[in-house]
Design a protein around this ligand. Structure first.
Ligand SMILES: [Zn+2]
Length: 398
């Protein structure tokens, strides 16, 4: 289990990723180690009148570090809730909010393609962060310095939250994917351009920003956290662009249009030996087969399953011994992006295509999807066939 649920707000589950459990104590420690410097800075800029001797008594710096880090991550959750509540208001359900190494992610089940909706959802998070920063600042200045440990501790945490929440908003408004600013940029570009083109531009800006951040992290500040963050932003930008290109390409295309139909799918018997299976894979250069008994699909077997058996034992083991029986299926009329999501979520290579009346009608592999994608891209056909019942058939190899 990499993620676990810690609660929910407005019916949205909030979950923690394991990486978050590493970063929370790290932040608490970093803040705690710099209590004196931070106090000095706030004294200089805002005339706070912090007494270093009070703030650094005993274990207090570490308690302040923990309180500030928890406050920061509460701010991140509220930021994500900002996105989520606006998304819900426009009818986009939120699957979950996840806290991980680099903050929070609000998972939308689908992305809005109307530019105004996307714009409102994207700015809602930073707006929440600015409001939190402002409120923290107001609370900070309205509590007079008394020199007591409790009051000074509260003021310290408030001064910290005032700055980091605003910093969070500014960072998130950087105009590239996957930051909120990337979504704002795409929304604005999409007013006058096709959605996919707007995505590409925003992704390129995001990649450029990631490269600059990475160079800065590497050369100027040697900071591993910044380098990792730059890497994450780069990957995020690239995958956003790819997702959108694919969604545009597969608009209106169904699984049955691109699957390998059942009459062209070779199946194997559960009684065949693993040695024979490997021979077959070698001859046909296919690495996975459905396993069929009496006209019914009972499992899937892949090269990996076969390789789990040692060389000398491959005659003794049968396909039935090594196959996977936990087989996932999609309907022939499902859309391709849903099926692809299924392949990715479960990290599997192939799905059975199962019709309620006809049973097994085909097999959908990642290769099928990728081949179809390049055919659609090559032929320049990004639009769904409209007006006809029979879609233009794009069958790889047909
Ligand atoms: Zn955000």
């Amino acid at each position: 289990m990499r993620r676990f649920r810690i609660g929910s707000a407005f019916g949205i589950p909030i979950q923690l990723d394991l990486t978050f459990l590493l970063v929370l104590p790290l932040f608490a420690w970093l803040i705690g180690a710099q209590v004196e410097q931070w106090g000095g800075l706030v004294n200089d800029v805002w005339g706070a009148g912090f007494d270093a001797a009070v703030l650094t008594t005993g274990a207090l710096p570490w308690l302040l570090g923990i309180a500030s880090a928890l406050g920061l991550f509460t701010g991140v959750v509220l930021h994500e809730l900002g996105h989520s509540l606006v998304a819900k208001r426009y009818g986009f359900p939120i699957e979950s909010i996840t806290l991980w190494l680099f903050g929070g992610i609000a998972q939308l089940t689908e992305m809005p393609e109307d530019w105004r909706t996307e714009l409102y959802i994207a700015v809602a998070g930073p707006v929440v962060s600015v409001i939190l920063g402002g409120l923290s600042y107001v609370a900070f200045v309205s509590i007079p310095a008394t020199g007591s440990i409790l009051v000074e501790s509260v003021r310290f945490v408030l001064s910290y939250l005032a700055v980091v929440n605003v910093a969070l908003a500014i960072f998130n408004l950087m105009p590239g994917f996957p930051m909120d600013g990337g979504r704002v940029l795409r929304a604005l570009l999409a007013r006058t351009r096709p959605y996919a083109r707007a995505t590409q531009i925003a992704a390129e800006v995001g990649k450029g920003f990631a490269i600059l951040l990475g160079l800065f992290g590497l050369l100027a500040a040697f900071n591993p956290f910044l380098i990792a963050l730059a890497f994450f932003i780069y990957i995020g930008a690239a995958s956003e662009a790819q997702q959108t290109t694919m969604r545009a390409a597969f608009e209106g295309v169904e699984v049955q249009d691109i699957m390998t139909p059942a009459d062209r799918v070779q199946t194997v018997s559960p009684d065949a030996s693993v040695a024979d299976l490997i021979d077959l894979m070698f001859r046909e250069r296919h690495t996975g087969y459905p396993v069929e008994r009496d006209g019914e699909i009972v499992g899937l077997v892949t090269l990996e399953d076969a390789r789990a058996v040692r060389d000398v034992e491959r005659d003794a083991y049968t396909v039935g011994d090594v196959m996977t029986t936990d087989v996932h299926a999609v309907g022939p009329e499902s859309d391709v992006m849903t099926a692809l999501g299924e392949l990715e979520d479960r990290s599997i290579g192939r799905l059975l295509v199962h019709d309620d009346r006809k049973g097994f009608v085909g097999l959908l592999t990642r290769t099928d999807v990728m081949t179809a994608l390049s055919i659609i891209k090559e032929s320049g056909r990004y639009e769904a066939p409209s007006g006809t019942d029979e879609p233009e058939v794009i069958r790889p190899g047909a």
